[in-house]
Design a protein around this ligand. Sequence first.
Ligand code: FES
Length: 260
Amino acid sequence: MIKQEEMKVINQKEIAQSIYELTLEGELVSEMSQPGQFVHIKTGNGFEPLLRRPISISSINPGKKQFTMIYRAEGKGTELLSQKEIEKSVDVLGPMGNGFPLNEAAAGSDTVLLVGGGIGVPPLYELSKRLKEKGITATHVLGFQAKEHVFYEDEFTKLGETYIVTADGSYGSQGFVTDVIRDLPKDFTVIYACGPTPMLRALEIEYGHKKLFLSLEERMGCGIGACFACVCHTADDPTGSSYKKVCSDGPVFRSGEVVI
Ligand code: FES
């Protein structure tokens, strides 16, 4: 169930250039069930800025009633959020959306790949932890613009094989996530991905015939079904009036479900 709560800041730190990791505590955590869901954050104070920002959940700790999210400080709202100190409160609405379906991968029979791009990497962390609990060790391919933007390499490496790729080649291998995946010796049966739309499109072209789940978070605006900024056509009616909303029907869709 979606709830609204003033949650307490437990920790906040810059983990890469303009990328912040923020841990919050409160009762709302007990509602978080699926990896890949997001929260809707009031980033400023009072009415400035007016709109909430959708930010994905990167890890959940139900025992401590805490969750962590990772976001890029790139506008007035998220800049204000990055200045929130420990013990201050943040207005959170959530959890929202439909996340990654864990039951699509089976221990023992499936080989699972997680693919992330930039600020699409964080939700894969909780997903990988949950898969591990099910007995599945996923392989991770994580893409970033440049060395200074890379984060969570150690965290992912602790969970499974992890490959870093940067667009400019300043860290890891150079190129796109798809270049790295092509060179991997494994044949993956289930792929979960989150990142910029061109990356998701490239994955759909190459791996759309497999079990592929795509999180379209980049496409979100208001996050609550009000602005229609996130609508996409369904694949079986690509030019017609049938559409889905990324914020409420997604953000995760099975490949071929919507036009991306
Ligand atoms: Fe506004 Fe979905 S983001 S309707």
